[in-house]
Write a protein that binds this ligand. Structure first.
Ligand code: KG4
Ligand code: ZN
Length: 335
């Protein structure tokens, strides 16, 4: 089974050709084009994102087919992300992919972006099988999911306010770092003292596996206002390291509670924030080889994970067909 998958839910235009043999996936090609226009605005501008997708989607898809040495006629399936994400951006990729499917008379499926992120774990470790625990940490999402089967998921908890990536990005803005700030904080923190300042631990009343980052973001804002610009500039690596530590420890606290209560055979960490070096260090120290981090190329948004999720979805549920639309607020584990 061979799929062409397209991903345009946010600010990456991506296409990939993926093959499934038995329960294993092989990525034959992966093209990702990241938009840079949003940097100057300090965040993603939906209208600009959609327009940028339109300009490059043809070249991105064409290159992914050429890199895989294939042609649309040789595909078994065409797929695209149907949500969650930015409506206008989703429409560009979904409509383009549906048109390819129509032109060569192939079945089409729409994929949940977050299920795609979960599938990045299978691409990173071909031996991984359900059940396992998945922590999705990205710019827009922080969710803990129990993966019961290939297409059977239980949402255990989520953030009650900001996503982990947002905590990095908004904190970075307060510290005068550009967007996205996650990688910048990560790099700065390597030469900073983690115990320089102790940010408050989030207090969560709701029972379950929930996260909260907005208090942390506010605490940083107050801290920076109190200390003044010069002090912050002089101690930037230390402040970045302390702030990062608070985010990482909170993620660790919730996941380690789930780990001891649910005893999963594996914990998969996926999404852009899974690239964070301190997060990797803390989780490795504690969970050892039980923790699996998505490979860097599959952490940030990419169409290979959408392709893998599409192949399994098609095998289990069949095609969606040309009638499928976009669902900007699709639920985390909605098929
Ligand atoms: O998964 P992703 O590419 O896009 C979404 O679906 O949101 O994640 C992007 C997020 C951004 O918030 C970015 O700051 C964060 O991932 N990020 C990091 C690192 N690299 C990317 N956060 C912390 N440390 C990093 N090394
Ligand atoms: Zn994503």
């Amino acid at each position: 089974m061979r799929v062409l998958a397209v991903e345009t839910s946010c600010d990456e235009t991506s296409a990939s050709v993926v093959e499934m043999r038995g329960d294993r996936f092989e990525v034959l090609s992966l093209v990702v084009k990241s938009q840079v226009i949003h940097e100057e605005f300090g965040g993603i501008v939906p209208e600009l994102a959609a327009r940028a997708h339109i300009e490059v989607i043809y070249d991105v898809v064409k290159k992914s087919l050429a890199d895989a040495g294939t042609h649309p006629k040789a595909l078994d399936l065409v797929a695209a992300t149907k949500g969650p994400g930015l409506a206008a951006s989703l429409i560009v990729g979904l409509q383009f992919a549906k048109t390819v499917a129509l032109a060569v008379d192939k079945p089409f499926v729409g994929v949940n972006h977050l299920i795609g992120h979960i599938y990045s774990a299978y691409l990173s470790d071909p031996d991984l099988r359900p059940p396992f625990l998945a922590l999705i940490v990205s710019g827009g999402h922080t969710e803990l999911v129990w993966v019961e089967g290939w297409y059977s998921f239980r949402l255990l908890g989520h953030t009650l306010d900001d996503a982990a990536g947002e905590a990095f990005d908004k904190g970075g803005r307060t510290l005068g770092l550009g967007y996205p700030a996650g990688p910048k904080i990560d790099r700065l923190a390597r030469r900073g003292k983690r115990d320089f300042h102790r940010f408050p631990k989030p207090k969560i009343k709701r029972r379950g596996y929930y996260f909260s980052f907005s208090g942390l973001k506010t605490a940083l804002l107050h801290y920076v206002r109190n200390k003044g610009e010069e002090y912050v500039r002089e101690n930037l690596p230390h402040i970045a390291a302390s702030y990062q530590e608070a985010i990482v420890q909170h993620l660790y606290d919730v996941v380690s509670r789930a780990y001891s209560e649910l005893k999963p055979p594996k914990i998969a960490v996926v999404g852009g924030v899974a690239l964070n070096s301190r997060l990797r260090e803390v989780f490795r120290e504690s969970f050892g080889d039980k923790v699996l981090f998505a490979r860097p190329e599959y952490c940030t948004d990419n169409a290979a994970m959408i392709g893998a999720a599409a192949l399994k979805k098609y095998e289990i549920f069949g095609e969606d067909g040309q009638g499928v639309g976009v669902y900007p607020s699709l639920g985390v584990v909605e098929v």
